[in-house]
Structures are given as C-alpha cells and as structure tokens.
Design a protein around this ligand. Structure first.
Ligand code: URA
Length: 211
C-alpha cells in the first residue's frame, strides 16, 4: 500500500486545499487540485510498470530510453472521479478508458446503484480504478465486480485521494484478484452517514455543484 502523504511534498498543499471549507467554494480550484493529485498519483503508479529499452533518434544521434511495455485502462466512476481521472489520463496520455456510473441511493442503509458501464476488453491488462474517496469500500468493490465483466486484468491499481480505515479493510478482505492500493491520505474513520472524517465532504457535489 502506497500513501502519498507519508512523505512531505507539495502534494500536501493540494490535499489541504481540497479539505479547506473556504477554498472549497472555488469549484474550479477544487477540480484542478483533484486533477493535480491524479497526475501525481499516476506518476507513482507508473513506477510499478515494466519498462523496455527503445531507440530514440535525436537530431544528433540515437539514444536508448526506457519506455513502459504496456498502456493501462483507466476507469472513471461517474461523476465524482472525473477530475481525478483526468489527472491520470494527462499522465498516461495513450491509455484506454473505462466508464462506470455509480451513485449512492439515499435511505436507511447505504445502497450503491451502478448504472451505465462501458469498457474495452480488460483481459490481461493493467487497470487503474481512480475514485477520490475510499469510504466503505463497497462502491469500489461493486465497480470492480462490474468491470470484471469485461475480462480479468493482470492487476487492478486502486487509487484514491482520501481513504477511511474501514474502506481499506473492506477491500483487503473482499478483493481476491491481484491489486495494489494507492492512497493520498488515510483519515480517521467513517461517520454514521458513511462520510470520511475529517475528509473533505462530498467530492462530487464540491466538484460539480449540489445535487
Ligand atoms: N464520498 C464522498 O464524496 N465523501 C465521503 O466522505 C465519502 C464518500
């Protein structure tokens, strides 16, 4: 498990701004900070890829560079994931994309409703599932069950900005295929409404306006 904020870096500033109730009023900045964190996390994830040498011809000579052997499929969970996913796509600029529509049904118990999904074949590929908030872990697991309808990936990289310990534990107990967790910060707990505390609030509403 990789946790970005275990080491001090400028990423902490972007995360702090995402949490700050005053700065959150600027939704363009909120989306931009999610996108920046997506780019930073993508860089970290890319270090786990396999690379092979390739010749590149400069105007002066030919030199060898190490390039990734494979391109990933990046999944966006609509709608809250869009800016974070865009950061990953900026970095893995020739990646394929998969789409899942997921929303929480309001009620006594939390029910995740998955609607639309579209994906290329995932058989043997590297999948990155980018969703900023890992709360209960249930929507991540349901998204993974949905994406597995398109083939079995070689590995799933689960990337989030903020995770609750409950969500991490849920993934660890239920996910039975190879995966790796990439987390911006691990927070304290979930509240009674399954929001992450201290967290940042509702990422989808903050990025795209209230429901
Ligand atoms: N989704 C959010 O947007 N925020 C949380 O705290 C939990 C899930």
């Amino acid at each position: 498990m990789f946790v970005l904020t275990e080491n001090p870096s400028v990423a902490n500033k972007f995360l702090a701004e995402l949490r700050d109730v005053q700065i959150q009023k600027d939704s363009l900045r909120f989306r931009k900070n999610l996108e920046r964190l997506g780019e930073i996390m993508a860089y970290e994830v890319s270090k786990s890829f396999e690379f092979s040498p390739k010749d590149v011809k400069t105007p002066l000579e030919t030199t060898k560079v190490l390039l990734p052997k494979e391109k990933p499929v990046i999944f966006v969970i609509l709608r809250a994931s869009l800016p974070f996913y865009q950061g990953f796509l900026n970095f893995f600029d020739n990646a394929e994309s998969g789409f899942i529509g997921a929303f929480r049904e309001e009620g006594e118990t939390i029910k995740i409703n998955l609607g639309y999904h579209a994906s290329p074949s995932l058989e043997g590929k590297i999948v990155i599932l980018a969703d900023p908030m890992l709360a209960t872990g249930k929507s991540f697991m349901e998204s993974i069950t949905t994406l597995l309808q398109h083939g079995t990936p070689k590995i799933i990289h689960i990337a989030c900005v903020i995770a609750a310990p409950e969500g991490i534990q849920y993934i660890q107990e239920h996910l039975k295929i190879p995966y790796q967790l990439w987390i911006g910060a691990i927070d304290e707990k979930l509240n009674a409404d399954s929001y992450i505390v201290p967290g940042l609030g509702d990422a989808g509403d903050l990025a795209f306006g209230q429901k």
